[in-house]
Design a binder for this molecule. Structure first.
Ligand code: FEO
Length: 164
């Protein structure tokens, strides 16, 4: 059975993953509103991945006979600016999530909770991938700028993202 400290920390992370899903859904709607259908599509898929991250933690918690303690999910902002700002915000958000995952991993070690440590390893790896992917998108966006044909090309490429 999972201990209370680890259980509370995992419940907090579940809420954060759910918030990430809300945030990306709001950003997707924002991009759709600017007719960037490709960016909107990418973000909609990302929102689904965040929900899957939450579900994976929920399943783990339940498998360990832990108690799921769902809390209200904070409302995301409604104004985001241009696409570059959106993706800069995502990168900053993901860096913050990485810190939370690292802290959870460290807690699992301190608590000698090896099962949590192994499960959290997947999240550590996932964060490396997410920061790298979003960092690349930010670089490309900065290179083409907010105006002109380049951003529409990027939009069409983002629209090709397939769900995992
Ligand atoms: Fe669940 Fe984007 O990390």
């Amino acid at each position: 059975m999972i201990n209370k400290k680890m259980q509370d920390a995992l419940n907090t992370q579940i809420n954060l993953e759910q918030y990430s899903a809300q945030l990306y859904l709001a950003m997707s709607a924002h991009c759709d509103g600017m007719s960037f259908k490709g960016f909107a599509h990418w973000l909609r898929i990302q929102a689904g991945e965040e929900t899957a991250h939450a579900m994976k933690l929920i399943d783990f918690l339940l498998d360990r006979s832990g108690k799921l303690d769902l809390k209200p999910i904070a409302a995301p902002p409604t104004e985001f600016g241009g696409v570059i700002q959106v993706f800069e915000m995502i990168l900053a958000h993901e860096k913050g999530i990485t810190e939370k995952i690292n802290a959870l991993f460290a807690l699992a070690r301190t608590e000698k909770d090896y099962a949590s440590e192994i499960t959290l390893q997947w999240y550590v790896t996932e964060q490396v991938e997410e920061e790298s992917n979003v960092g690349q998108i930010v670089d490309h966006l900065r290179a083409v700028g907010d105006q002109g044909g380049g951003i529409w090309y990027l939009d069409s490429r983002m629209g090709k993202r397939a769900a995992k």
